[in-house]
Design a binder for this molecule. Sequence first.
Ligand code: MF3
Ligand code: CO
Ligand code: CO
Length: 381
Amino acid sequence: MTAEVAPRKCMGVDCDKNAGTLQCPTCLKAGLDSYFCSQDCFKRSWSEHKSIHKKTTGIYNPFPSFTYPGNLRPVYPLSPRRTVPKTIPHPEYAKDGIARSEQKFVGRNNIKILNKEEQEGMRKVCRLAREVLDIAAAELKPGVTTDYIDEVVHKACLERDSYPSPLNYYNFPKSVCTSINEIICHGIPDQRPLEDGDIVNIDVTLYHNGFHGDLNETYYVGDKAKANPDAVRVVETSRECLDMSIDLVKPGMLFRDPGNVIEKHAKTRNCSVVKSYCGHGINQMFHCAPNVPHYARNKAVGTAKPGMVFTIEPMINLGTHRDRTWPDDWTSSTADGALSAQFEHTLLVTEDGVEVLTARLPTSPGGAVPIPAAEEAKNEA
Ligand code: MF3
Ligand code: CO
Ligand code: CO
């Protein structure tokens, strides 16, 4: 089955048609997308349409000549860089963007085992990271910009004496990653208002008292997304892939094993698994050994032992598994513009199993939505 990108809609007032290739010249100059079905519809809508030119002054698509794989566009300018008080401990890359100790430890056969005190440090930062994700997710609704979500995350981190780990990590410009619709991961918060029907992943990482804690979830925006069987299929499959792979984790698990379970489940839902981004060790470093691929028949090195901490964070697509990076050098889109969803936990290997350090709380927003019965039946047929 091939996934389809939803057709562009006509911007005309009260027009439900799909758009053609006609664009408003004023919007085009401003780098904004606004397509119409016909010259007539454009003329008819003009008196109302022109008001958006004023409202959106200063707003622009920074890469107007890039051929985007899907319908999503960046909406610039980004807000000014947010600051973190000196009194909050900063990670090593906060100044120049370079995580030097991560580069030294690229050695794959060197998976850190955390002592009791370090494990306690990881419990603490992961609990705080869960609080911050839940606070941000509670703000999601149509009309809210991802830049506002970034502001909420940033402030919630500071209130918890924590540095938002993404900020300036290899020059990432914001405090959280927000990935909408076809974006696989590493979306940069900007001025685009969320729309009813979007799915959005919020990926939060905190640096607190010397340790990083990392988690993410994908959420449905408004009621339309939950009624879209394709959106529900990719989001719920991704959620289940993470849960099923966590069930494997205990001493003796090979780091090549989660990928087999994840890809097997994704296939039963006609979904594909992203190969370009993996789960990772996490502790005093944001990203370190082990590497944990999410795809089957991978050659990951190493065996889980008590005291190891790592993430699993499967990215699941409706169409191709292939990705393309936007010219901002961060945003990873599906190559065909079809939807993508992700979930992530930070996990501690215990003597006899696993502790999910970023586990949901009874109060956490979001959570599983049943897959429409029609979809399940289609699958069995
Ligand atoms: N949180 C992401 C992960 O799960 C990494 C984001 S790196 C950033 O590994 F620089 F984009 F923030
Ligand atoms: Co993350
Ligand atoms: Co991660």
